[in-house]
Design a protein around this ligand. Structure first.
Ligand code: 5GP
Length: 208
């Protein structure tokens, strides 16, 4: 059986990763979820083992050293990592997994798993990104400027990803991500069993 794809979406904050991923999962409910481990404090309403596994820095590093975390990155002072076993189990069972990872996280996935698919989500423009960040009403001018500067640095990495999707419309961006996943499943390299069957049938027909 073909392994499930490990699909990671990265992009600067404000590009709408959360909303687009939620829409993709609404449209196709077969995706598996990888619950990450983090050292940040839970936000209101977040539950341990549902939104994240919340750990201390010591616990986190111990898990990493023991191979329980397959990749990790630091994001605004906290560690975030992907648990190894759950991810491998889902993929082995043929379940596609959708993940929201930092850029380094997506790159680590690409390096380590041939069944990975990395997608960079872009805002339509910096003007629009700034509008969205301001629209949240949660950050100071200084914090918004810092996020915009970070976005400029992050978008330098877009060419390292397999795909780029511009999020000017959530529905359209979600459809594009689903189309990418469908196309990836049709790659010859991901259908070796099928190709072997075709060749076998052709051989049998030759002998008749
Ligand atoms: P938040 O604190 O808003 O929940 O997450 C911050 C960022 O951490 C997200 O935008 C997401 O890209 C990243 N993130 C969440 N889990 C993981 C993970 O397991 N690995 C990596 N590399 N990044 C993660």
């Amino acid at each position: 059986m073909a392994k499930g794809l490990l699909v990671s979406i990265s992009g600067p904050s404000g590009t709408g990763k959360g909303s687009v991923l939620a829409r993709v999962k609404e449209k196709d409910q077969s995706f598996g979820t990888s619950i990450s481990v983090t050292t940040r404090e839970p936000r209101e309403g977040e539950k341990d083992g549902v939104d994240y596994y919340f750990k201390s820095k010591e616990e986190f590093m111990k898990m990493y050293e023991e191979g329980e975390i397959i990749e990790y990155d630091e994001f605004v002072g906290n560690y975030y990592g992907t648990p190894t076993v759950a991810l491998q189990d889902m993929s082995e069972a043929g379940t596609d997994v959708l993940m929201d990872l930092t850029i380094a996280g997506s790159m680590a996935l690409k390096e380590n798993f041939e069944q990975s698919v990395t997608i960079f989500l872009l805002a339509p423009s910096y003007e629009e990104l700034e509008k969205r960040l301001r629209g949240r009403g949660t950050d100071s001018d200084e914090a918004i400027n810092a996020r915009l500067e970070m976005a400029r640095q992050e978008t330098n990495y877009v060419g390292h990803f397999d795909y780029v999707v511009v999020n000017d419309d959530i529905e359209e961006a979600a459809n594009k991500i689903l189309a990418i996943i469908k196309a990836e499943k049709c790659r010859c390299a991901r259908n070796i069993d099928l190709l072997e069957d075709v060749l076998k049938i052709n051989k049998e027909m030759e002998g008749k």
